[in-house]
Design a protein around this ligand. Structure first.
Ligand code: S3P
Length: 446
């Protein structure tokens, strides 16, 4: 465990890039490993989660070579060409790797045992085991639904028409990836649209994937057993990582930060709308496209934040950004009420509880609801205000909890102590250096 002490230093200013998008990086490795031929990926996130995906794809037969920083070449095995790894595969902290790979494995004639760290071993896998079982895959899992688990995929998968009971891009993608090696058309019906990186990338690689919206339901269907063409892709910066900078620069007086080449997929940009509705000053500049996704520079300047009353955005478009939005609410003027967020309880940690406990330990008045939080902001008279701070925060192996409290410490009277900074490595290598380079006060303590 590496302790991190966060305390105010100066206004934040500078132009930066954040590491590549985690969701797109996972998919770039998985799908190029199924293409026929050589793919190239630039700007890949070299965080532990994505490296776990790379190791798993190698263990199943793909060739993945690192050519330079974030630059990889991948020789695919073709759809249907994955082989059983000769050992257990360890997915570390990565729910996305685990659930998406289970999708791929379900329709291959293979047997794989997967495990992960304590956080991942506590996360529900039933949400993918249920639909993948309908393709014909078989599972043996600890407690019925948890890692470690063994999947035996089927050589004769049956197509599925599935309506996930929760808004989850991981569940949708797991089903679509199982459909990739299944003859016929696999269908996923989403009541609430979730990030569509799988759909975009599969389409760019030549799969017959269609999206229609009927009566508010987003229906995604894919024809199985395509030959996927190799790709050459530049991964955009991760908006979920940028969110820490957007919140920090909004909160700390006098800040002015530009984050370049950030992915602005409309199913991911909820944090911009949510912060803007609280009074944040965020301007999008230099819009273009990268890797089949919209990108732009986000310029953010400090602003007087008001409480979030009626969240005007769909939670699925910013599901990973709530912890840092809660921090913004803690320094804003007024009482924020967040509800409908029960999914936050099954992330890398129970994020509602981890945030409630950490905020309270730092003098923020907070109430935990079954599906959300009520946060009494310290701000007043149209300005953000420092919170008392001085507390210690347990990160529970959750990168976003660690980074959120690093941001909050920049607006604390007494330093905020984060018990373990190492989980940041899963999604945002270099976070502390990047933040201190902008002017933040962060110090690591062994
Ligand atoms: C992801 C989907 C989301 C998100 C996760 C990445 C993805 O999870 O929280 O960090 O890449 O598909 P859910 O599908 O559980 O909402």
């Amino acid at each position: 465990m590496v302790k991190l002490i966060s305390s105010p230093n100066s206004a934040l200013s500078g132009r930066v890039r954040v590491p590549g998008d985690k969701s797109i990086s996972h998919r770039a490795l998985m799908l190029s490993a199924l293409a026929v031929g050589r793919s190239e990926v630039r700007g890949l996130l070299e965080g532990d989660d994505v490296l776990a995906t790379a190791a798993a794809m190698r263990a199943m037969g793909a060739t993945i070579n690192r050519l330079g920083d974030g630059h990889y070449e991948v020789y695919g095995v073709g759809v249907g060409g994955l082989m059983s790894p000769d050992d257990i595969i360890d997915m570390g902290n990565s729910g996305t790797s685990t659930r998406l790979l289970l999708g791929l494995m379900a329709s291959h004639d293979m047997t794989v045992t997967m495990t992960g760290d304590a956080s991942l071993r506590s996360r529900p896998m039933g949400r993918v085991m249920d639909p993948l079982g309908e393709f014909g895959a078989e599972f043996s899992a600890r407690g019925g639904r948890f890692l470690p688990l063994t999947i035996t995929g089927t050589a004769q998968p049956l197509v599925l028409d599935y309506s996930p009971p929760m808004a989850s891009a991981q569940v949708k993608s797991a089903v679509l990836l199982a459909g990739l090696n299944t003859p016929g058309r696999t269908i996923v019906r989403e009541k609430i649209a979730t990030r569509d990186h799988s759909e975009r990338m599969l389409s760019a690689m030549g799969a017959d994937i269609r999206v229609v919206v009927e009566d508010g339901v987003r229906i995604v269907s894919i024809e199985g057993q395509p030959e996927l063409s190799p790709i050459s892709i530049d991964v955009p910066g991760d908006i979920s990582s940028s969110a820490f900078l957007l919140a920090a620069a909004s909160m700390v007086p006098g800040s002015d930060v530009a984050v370049e080449a950030v992915g602005l997929n409309p199913l991911r940009t909820g944090i911009i709308g949510a912060l803007t509705a609280m009074g944040a000053d965020i301007v999008i500049e230099n819009e273009s496209t990268l890797g089949g996704e919209p990108v732009g520079t986000l310029r953010v300047r400090a602003a007087a934040l008001k409480a979030a009353t009626d969240l005007a955005v769909d939670p699925s478009t910013m599901i990973d950004e709530f912890p840092v939005l809660f921090c913004a609410a803690a320094v804003a003027e007024g009482v924020s009420r967040f509800t409908g967020l029960e999914e936050l309880r099954v992330k890398e940690s129970d994020r509602l509880n981890a945030m409630a406990v950490g905020l309270a330990a730092n003098g923020v008045q907070v109430e935990e609801l079954p599906d959300g939080l009520i946060i009494h902001g310290a701000g007043g008279h149209g300005a953000c205000e420092r919170i008392p701070g001085g507390g210690s925060v347990e990160t529970h192996l959750d990168h976003r909890i660690a980074m959120s409290f690093s941001v909050l410490g920049q607006m604390a009277t007494a330093p905020v102590t984060i018990d373990d900074a190492s989980p940041m490595q899963t999604s945002f290598p270099g976070f502390t250096d990047l933040m201190t380079g902008l002017g933040a006060g962060l110090a690591l303590e062994d």
